[in-house]
Design a protein. Structure first.
Length: 196
């Protein structure tokens, strides 16, 4: 393979990765918007349930004014009013909005499925399943000169402190470099040699 073909192959792999990243990015945005809408709905329902419960408790035990006529002293009545005001204020203060989410909240297998086409995703999931069983704390090659770390089982110990998604990203960069971005080539190599 001459230099021009090698550069063309490398550029094609980079373009494909960039396109896949754009698709993945739009899927992540849609996913986080869906999570936010569910979070707002859930917060609204919880707030409504709490308000209904407090109203029911006050109605079942009588209002503060009715209790005042049943013999509460003025000092106890003012304490009761203060407590009721504090409860009411806390229940009706708007709750904080759900965060926009983090990519690290996505499971590594879902990240892989969203960031590449189905064929390559299947190959990478099989590969990392065999390498580390998707354990970000896995350490391999314990009897060898160089240990391997994390989900992709790379030789760089710095990957061990990264999040699972960052580990997968580093593994994909390694595959881009070694196998021209083809995860199925890496999987085939693993099937033949037991490492990639």
């Amino acid at each position: 393979m001459n230099h021009i073909q090698l550069l063309a192959s490398f550029a094609t792999a980079r373009c494909r990765r960039f396109t896949q990243f754009l698709i993945f990015n739009s899927k992540v945005k849609a996913f986080t918007q869906q999570i936010n809408s569910y979070a707002h709905l859930w917060i609204s329902r919880v707030q409504h349930a709490i308000n209904a419960r407090v109203i029911h408790m006050l109605d079942s035990h009588g209002t503060l004014q009715a209790r005042a006529h049943q013999g509460l002293t003025p000092s106890r009545l003012s304490v009761a009013r203060g407590v009721a005001a504090a409860i009411g204020i806390s229940l009706f203060i708007p709750m904080a909005h759900a965060s926009s989410g983090s990519i690290d909240a996505i499971k590594p297998k879902d990240f892989i499925r969203m960031s590449m086409d189905q064929r390559e995703a299947i190959c990478l999931i099989k590969l990392y399943g065999k390498e580390s069983a998707f354990n970000p704390y896995a350490i391999g090659n314990l009897s060898g000169k160089y240990h391997t770390y994390g989900i992709p089982q790379l030789k760089n110990a710095l990957i061990y402190d990264k999040s699972p998604i960052e580990q997968v990203r580093y593994g994909i960069k390694y595959i881009d470099h070694r196998y021209d971005g083809d995860t199925c080539k890496a999987w085939t190599h693993w099937l033949r040699k037991g490492w990639h």
